[in-house]
Write a protein of this length. Sequence first.
Length: 88
Amino acid sequence: MTIDECRPGQRVRIIQQVDRREGNWRAAVVGTIESIRQEKTGSTFAHSKDGRLWLLRVLLRKDNGELTAISVDPLTAVELLAKAPVGS
């Protein structure tokens, strides 16, 4: 599944990877998508909208209620999960 196929309200696992010579770093976060949107950064980037660098960001609500923002890159993978168990 790609991030373009995701919608708010879906429960997902987002897996990010950083390629390194010594071995890849991987991290996964599970939660419900609150929003998916382009957001500008403080970095400048020539010939882009408002002269700023824009990143695709996912706002995810984890099962414990914590909100986390994840910047999506080409190595980001998404897995669709079943709804959270009752009482979690």
